[in-house]
Design a protein around this ligand. Structure first.
Ligand code: ZN
Ligand code: ZN
Ligand code: FE
Length: 755
């Protein structure tokens, strides 16, 4: 006697769109001979399943234990319902009546099956650059609206041909309900033009091999590409792009090639191969044939990614294995995504253009990460392949919009215990970045179907984000101190509650006393903070001007440490400093109305300038990066520093270090050793201060954040010293420790703040 049949209704929430959920359910239902339907709605996947009790249970168990590999299930609820007597199992068309709460999928790197097809001369997708399937392909960058369906993407102008349609409708096919499914007959195509926009019939690989610079329209925007092994090509790219020192990233043919150029750990290999396919910053092998000093001047690391779309995969062959792939934008402006704009703006840089006719709806730069010595990821830029993935946060409170920082801006919107960060918009002082930031907020609100009740912004009165926030009507507004937000970003990632000590090593952030903070130790939780220690204030003559000119900061330190004697040394040590500029700075310092700073980034700048490593900043964070590269890891000593208590706040004073450091320099000490001793001085000074603060506060958890922690020497040394002393140490792994991560901190503070 067969058992009485059962009938279930199942609701699944999480990342369930664009991951092949419906075909998976369909196949499973076939396997267990179940009747009913599956529906992909913007609030999740709904299933009605009827059948024998045992197969039904097996179906549920399969679903729970082995969901589609790209899916992230947040919740799965099962309800037993009255039998409806379905006679077949069908896939219902998308339904948009439900509340829009589904999560969007980030773009996914090309899968192995699709790679095989595009290399198979007998396959109908042979060398077709837009090949994709339910396991891979464009998502976020092409999605205009929810629910995720072809009509809601930039593929809406490409009706499927009969063969593609048959795949799309065949539940047993890998492309069943793959929304961007297409082929050479029905899908987008590429073409090549010269800088005048004239069509050329040349193979793009031949052009690259011949040393030309090619602008390539990819997934989230344009890249400028050149053969990285060709010194001439890389040099002219650097000259034409006027990108004096900022390192270029490369794309390599495959993992084997990556190993030939870089030292790669298991963890790094794992990240190179993930579906997000980020740029991974790796240690370069010694003696490669690459023109390293042109690709990454002053650094010993190489940013590497693997091809993540068929278009990129097809750029390589036996003779072409490594390409410079640098974002195509003009001096900090947004990434270029449009064919005409590319032709117009890049005509002076690129010789040729590889264009295509699939529109990029959401511009998205490549993500950049580095694996630390702790084998943990550290994110520089969280963008393509990661956005708009949600981050689980402890708070489950009303929706908040956090507007982030000024540089490397990201914003963040929370919904139901999750935080959704945008991609990086860059420096919001550029008008077009600011426009994109505002468009992005509109888009996220629409996709998440929320209207934030609180808007958070930085305490800085003149950040674009602060201006924007003040203009918004009918919402609560909350200001959050920059370094409190950095600290909270780590707490949010780690689900920390209660008070912690925060060591924030940063460039600039507006303090509650209107000084520029950046070398801070605070105690606090989501509700507030108390500043317990900071780098002793230094004048910051001219404010932001000095931030871009480390030699000026070096002069300030020399003058503060040695007085007039320090000024005498500037001629030999700081050749970039003119006599006139020197007098101007001295005047400004003495008139005592200049801004003050406790910035750790500015201290790195000053040391970098004195050592002749970098006297002018060509990109943010250059000094900490180049000092790290030059430091001699075998040096174990550090310089003197001084701690003094001032009204309950510890002042961490590095002026004693400057005297010793200059001595070393004058005795002809090696720059690498001095650089390392400087790093160790900071680490020892922060440790001693934290030990004192542990005694007085009883707090034993330390949070490390701030952009200076991209410096691996300081980060690892700090971690080691603190854990050796029994501290429990937390740091950023999901969002950047730099300003790209502060929107998360702002959001959690606003979510948790009481009253
Ligand atoms: Zn695929
Ligand atoms: Zn087709
Ligand atoms: Fe910051």
């Amino acid at each position: 006697m067969p058992e009485k049949p059962g009938s279930y209704e199942i609701k699944i929430e999480g990342i369930v769109q664009g991951v092949g959920f419906r075909p998976y359910i369909y196949r499973l239902a076939m396997q267990y001979n179940l009747k009913g339907w599956v529906l992909n709605s913007s609030s999740g996947v709904f299933i009605a399943a009827e059948g024998e009790k045992e197969p039904l249970q097996a179906f549920l168990q399969q679903l729970r234990q082995y969901p589609p590999s790209l899916a992230v299930i947040k919740s799965l609820t099962v309800q037993e319902v009255e039998e409806r007597g379905y006679t077949e199992f069908i896939i219902k068309t998308s339904d948009d009546r439900q509340g829009k709460t589904a999560l969007l999928s980030p773009d996914i790197a090309i899968c192995d099956d699709c790679k095989t097809e595009v290399r198979d001369s007998l396959d109908r997708r042979f060398e077709y650059p837009f090949t994709n399937c339910t396991n891979c392909g464009p998502r976020y960058t092409i999605i205009k609206d929810v629910p995720y369906d072809r009509a809601m993407t930039t593929m809406d102008g490409f009706p499927m041909c009969p063969r593609c349609k048959a795949e799309y409708e065949n539940p047993l096919h890998r492309r069943f309900h793959a929304q961007p499914n297409c082929c050479p007959v029905c899908g987008p195509h590429t073409w090549v033009v010269d800088r005048n926009g004239e069509m050329v019939r040349q193979d793009i690989r031949q052009l690259l091999k011949a040393g030309y610079i090619v602008a390539i329209k990819g997934l989230g925007g344009f890249h400028l590409a050149a053969d990285a092994a060709n010194r001439q090509a890389v040099t002219s790219l650097r000259q034409r792009k006027k990108r004096d020192r900022k390192p270029f990233a490369v794309m390599v043919r495959d993992m084997e090639t990556a190993h030939r150029y870089c030292v790669i750990s298991q963890e790094e290999e794992k990240w190179l191969n993930t579906r997000s396919a980020p740029i991974v910053v790796l240690e370069e092998q010694k003696d490669t044939a690459l023109p390293g000093e042109v690709i990454h001047p002053g650094l010993d690391t190489l940013g590497v990614m693997l091809p993540y779309t068929p278009l990129h995969y097809l750029l390589f062959d036996d003779e072409l294995e490594i390409l410079i792939m640098t974002s195509a934008n003009i001096s900090d402006e947004p990434l270029i995504t449009d064919n005409d704009e590319a032709l117009q703006k890049l005509a002076e840089i690129a010789d040729y253009f590889l264009l295509h006719n699939r529109d990029i709806y959401n511009p998205c730069d490549d993500s950049v990460i580095r694996i630390t010595a702790l084998q943990t990821p550290q994110i520089f830029r969280r963008a393509r392949g990661m956005v708009p993935g949600g981050i689980v946060i402890p708070a489950d409170s009303p929706t908040v919009l956090a507007t982030g920082g000024e540089m490397k801006n990201t914003f963040c919107i929370t919904r139901n215990g999750e935080a959704f960060l945008s991609q990086h918009w860059g420096d919001l002082n550029h008008f077009n970045n600011y426009v994109n930031f505002q468009k992005g907020i509109k888009y996220f609100k629409k996709m998440l179907n929320v209207e934030p009740q609180t808007i958070v912004h930085d305490l800085h009165p003149n950040y674009q984000t602060s201006h924007w926030a003040r203009q918004q009507k009918d919402v609560k507004r909350l200001e959050v101190q920059h370094h409190h937000a950095h600290m909270a970003s780590v707490m949010a990632e780690n689900g920390l509650q209660g008070e912690v000590l925060g060591l924030i090593c940063d460039g600039t952030g507006w303090g509650t006393d209107a000084a520029i903070w950046g070398g801070e130790i605070m105690r606090g939780d989501y509700n507030g903070f108390t500043r317990l220690a900071h780098l002793k204030y230094m004048p910051l003559p001219g404010g932001d001007i000095t931030a871009g000119k480390p030699y000026r900061m070096a002069m300030v330190y020399l003058y503060q440490a040695l007085g007039e004697a320090g000024l005498d040394k500037t001629k030999s040590l700081l050749p970039d400093l003119t006599e006139q500029e020197k007098n101007l700075i001295v005047n400004r310092i003495n008139n005592a109305r200049e801004p003050l700073t406790s910035s750790c980034g500015r201290l790195f700048d000053a040391v970098g300038a004195i050592l002749g490593i970098c006297t002018i900043n060509k990109y943010e964070g250059q000094a900490p990066a180049e000092l790290e590269a030059r430091a001699d890891k075998y040096e174990k000593n550090h310089y003197e520093y001084h701690l003094e208590a001032d009204d309950g706040v510890w002042l961490m004073d590095v002026l004693p270090m400057w005297r010793e450091l200059l001595n070393d320099l004058q005795k002809g000490g090696r720059v690498g050793c001095i650089a390392q001793k400087f790093h160790l001085t900071l680490a020892e000074m922060f440790l001693e201060t934290l030990l004192k603060l542990r005694d007085t506060t009883g707090l034993n958890r330390v949070v490390l954040s701030g952009g200076v922690f991209h410096n691996q020497i300081l980060f690892i040394k700090m971690y080691e010293l603190l854990t050796r002393q029994g501290f429990v140490v937390y740091y950023n792994q999901i969002v950047p420790p730099g300003d790209g991560g502060i929107s998360l901190g702002q959001a959690i503070i606003a979510s948790e703040v009481k009253g």
